[in-house]
Ligand binder design. Structure first.
Ligand code: XMP
Length: 314
C-alpha cells in the first residue's frame, strides 16, 4: 500500500540531499507540478522560486489560477509571457512529436534564461512515471515523448530534480490530499498544453478557438455534475481537427472546422474508457460551441478506449 506521509518525508529528505543551491520549479498549476512545488518549498524554503511560463497554449483563466495556488503556498512566483516566442517556433509544424520537441526545447531554454536571472542551478519538475514510461524510458516503445521527458535537450545547464518520478497519478493525488492542496481533484493537463489538442499547425488563432472550446466542455460538464446529472470524468476536453465540413449557418452554406469532444475514465492514465456522457450534456456542449465559435460547424464525440486510442489525439 502506498503511504503518502512516508513518501512526503522521503521526498523532502532526498531533495535536501540532492539540491545544494538555488532551485526553480516549473509550475503549471496542475496536480503534478503543484505537488512538486509544495515538496520543494518544504525541502528548500526560500531557496526555491516557482516559474510559470505562459506558452500561449494554456487553458482559459489558467494564469490567474496558477498565481493564486502558488501565492497561497507562500512560494515566490516569476511570471513569464513567452506565448509569441512559442507561436513563432511552432509556425508550420504539424507533426505531433516535432511539436513536443519544439515545445520542450523552447520551454527549457526559457527556463534556463529565467533561472540564470534567479541565480538557480537546479530545475525541479513534476514528471511522473507514465510520462517517462510512455516516452520510451522503460521497457516499452516510445508512444509519446512527453515534453517534460523526451523533449528535453541534452545540454541543459540545470540539474533536473524529479521528486515524483516513481509515482502514478492516483498516488500523486494521494500526496496532494495529504498535503491539503486544492488541486488534488483537478483533471490532468498535458505538458505541451493545448498544442496537442490542435491537430495540425498551432497558431494564435487556432489556440484561441481550442481554448474557448475546452472552456465550454469544462464549464458544461462541471455544471452538469453540480446539478447531479453525472459524475465528473477523469479527464475531459476538446480537440480541434483540421477537417472542414459543409454545414449551414442561418440560410447560408458554411464550411467550418470540426471539434471532437473527449471525456475518459481512468485511474492511472495507462488505460482509459470513454465516458458515457448524458446526451443532453453533449447537446448543450455542441450547441454552445457552434454558437460561440463561428469557425466551427460540427462537433463529434470520441468513443475510443485506451488502448487502442490514447487519451489525447496527438
Ligand atoms: P495519452 O494521450 O498518452 O495521455 O494517453 C495519458 C495522460 O498523459 C497526458 N499527456 C501528457 N502529459 N506531456 C504530459 O505531461 C505530454 O506530452 C502528454 N501527452 C499526454 C494526457 O493528458 C493524459 O492525462
Amino acid at each position: 500500500m502506498f503511504d503518502a506521509q512516508e513518501f512526503i518525508r522521503r521526498a523532502v529528505r532526498e531533495m535536501q540531499e540532492q539540491v545544494k543551491g538555488k532551485a526553480v520549479i516549473a509550475t503549471s498549476g496542475g496536480v503534478d507540478s503543484t505537488v512538486a512545488a509544495k515538496l520543494g518549498s518544504m525541502a528548500l524554503g526560500d531557496h526555491m522560486v516557482a516559474i510559470y511560463v505562459n506558452t500561449g497554449c494554456m487553458r482559459k483563466g489558467e494564469d490567474e489560477k496558477v498565481r493564486r495556488i502558488i501565492e497561497d503556498m507562500a512560494i515566490k512566483l516569476r511570471y513569464v509571457d513567452a506565448s509569441q516566442e512559442f507561436y513563432q517556433a511552432l509556425a508550420g509544424v504539424v507533426d505531433p512529436e516535432e511539436k513536443r520537441k519544439i515545445i520542450g526545447e523552447k520551454f527549457i531554454r526559457v527556463f534556463e534564461r529565467e533561472a540564470v536571472e534567479e541565480g538557480a542551478e537546479y530545475l525541479i519538475q513534476g514528471t511522473i512515471a507514465p510520462d517517462w514510461i510512455e516516452s520510451g524510458g522503460g521497457l516499452r516503445d516510445t508512444i509519446k515523448s512527453h515534453h517534460n521527458v523526451g523533449g528535453l535537450p541534452e545540454d541543459v545547464d540545470l540539474e533536473i530534480v524529479e521528486p515524483l518520478r516513481d509515482l502514478y497519478k492516483d498516488e500523486v493525488r494521494k500526496v496532494a490530499r495529504a498535503l491539503n492542496l486544492p488541486v488534488a481533484e483537478k483533471q490532468p493537463f498535458p505538458g505541451p498544453g493545448l498544442a496537442v489538442r490542435i491537430i495540425g499547425e498551432v497558431t494564435a488563432e487556432r489556440a484561441a478557438v481550442i481554448r474557448e472550446a475546452c472552456a465550454v466542455v469544462e464549464e458544461e460538464l462541471e455544471q452538469a455534475v453540480e446539478k447531479g446529472q453525472m459524475t465528473l470524468p477523469w479527464q475531459y476536453f476538446a480537440v480541434l481537427l483540421p477537417v472542414k465540413t459543409v454545414g449551414v449557418h442561418g440560410d447560408r452554406r458554411a464550411y467550418g472546422f470540426t471539434i471532437a469532444i473527449r471525456a475518459v475514465e481512468s485511474v492511472d492514465a495507462m488505460t482509459a474508457d470513454f465516458s458515457r456522457l448524458p446526451w443532453e450534456v453533449l447537446d448543450r456542449i455542441s450547441t454552445r460551441i457552434t454558437n460561440e465559435l463561428h469557425q466551427v460547424n460540427r462537433v463529434v464525440y470520441d468513443v475510443t478506449n485506451k488502448p487502442p486510442g490514447t487519451v489525447e489525439w496527438e
